[in-house]
Design a protein around this ligand. Structure first.
Ligand code: CTP
Ligand code: MG
Length: 235
């Protein structure tokens, strides 16, 4: 089995605040994208990584990742206007011979390698589409345009899903082929696969696979990294 990871890293990071694109913002002195790529390599289940970089930073990202001492091949290309388009561009660049594809947000920089290996193992075990997910801590409300509550879904049946999401290559390709990349309709890849009627299987996620989205997430990421460094589990 040959396994590739597509890493959408082309976002601006608007919720984090203006400045450098989010994937190049640093935690513990290392860009988020470098943390994410190191984590994928450390899982030892990935043969090839394709990074969709911010369009004006493709050369910088290529140079940055070229310096890394990792065993998997790394390819860098320009991402798109939306996450969905960035993933579609990376998917097109995949060579023949890849049978399992993971999609992993650069922004989930500190995802433990064990979680990455668990996703691949679940696909290998026969699930065509696999996502890590956690029980939600908050009660969620569905609201209308006037901010009035319409419904309170049963929290016990809800999961907050993370990445990496893992797929049999043909399943992910069929899902992306069915939609216009410039008109995004899903915020994750499993969402596209669900539209095709394919069952998506949820495995236990990990708290440290959180997405760096808002400024407070950088504080959390620094703390997680400090804890790892103190315990000698450096990445
Ligand atoms: N992403 C991408 N191409 C885009 C938009 C997002 O590759 N056009 C990537 C981001 O780089 C990130 C992942 O998709 O790794 C998840 O997206 P998100 O957390 O929303 O990141 P941003 O879009 O950068 O953040 P924001 O929405 O706050 O601007
Ligand atoms: Mg975004």
């Amino acid at each position: 089995m040959t396994t590739a990871a597509l890493v959408p890293a082309a976002g601006k990071g608007e919720r984090l605040g203006a400045g450098t694109p989010k994937a190049l913002r640093e935690v513990g002195g290392i860009p988020l994208l470098v943390h994410a790529v190191r984590g994928l390599a450390a899982s030892r289940v990935i043969d090839l990584i394709v990074v969709a970089a911010p369009v004006d930073f493709v050369d910088d990202v290529r140079a940055l990742l070229g310096e890394l001492d990792v065993t998997c091949d790394i390819e860098v290309l320009a991402g798109g206007e939306s996450r969905q388009e960035s993933v579609a561009r990376a998917l097109i660049a995949l060579p023949a011979g890849v049978d399992i594809v993971l999609v992993h947000d650069a922004a989930r920089a500190l995802t433990p390698p064990e979680l990455i290996a668990s996703v691949v193992a679940a696909v290998t075990a026969g699930h065509a589409a696999v996502v890590p997910g956690l029980a939600v801590a908050d009660t969620l409300k569905q609201v209308d345009a006037a901010a009035n509550v319409i419904a309170t879904p049963d929290r016990a049946s809800l999961r907050a899903v993370q990445t990496p999401q893992g797929f049999v290559r043909s399943v992910l390709q069929a899902a992306h082929a069915g939609v216009d990349p410039s008109a995004p309709i899903a915020t994750d890849d499993a969402g596209l696969v669900e539209r095709e009627g394919v069952t998506v299987h949820v495995i236990p996620g990990h708290e440290e696979a959180f997405k760096v989205t808002r400024p407070i997430d950088l504080i959390l990421a620094e703390a997680v990294l400090a804890k790892r460094r103190a315990s000698g589990n450096v990445s």
